[in-house]
Design a protein around this ligand. Sequence first.
Ligand code: SF4
Length: 58
Amino acid sequence: MKAYVNETLCVGCGTCEALCPDVFKLEGAVAKVIRQTCTDCCQSAKESCPVEAIWLEE
Ligand code: SF4
């Protein structure tokens, strides 16, 4: 799985970074994907994003 962030939707809450810091990192007010290949926590981050800005693809 690979992780993506819709930076237009992201509100910079930091939840994805807190749950999955190997993959997501806040840069200013948006989350960036710093390691696109997902670990198990990606799904949690996706489900916890308040604005559904994270998606995962094979
Ligand atoms: S959880 Fe969603 S809104 Fe919050 S920083 Fe991550 S991508 Fe942005």
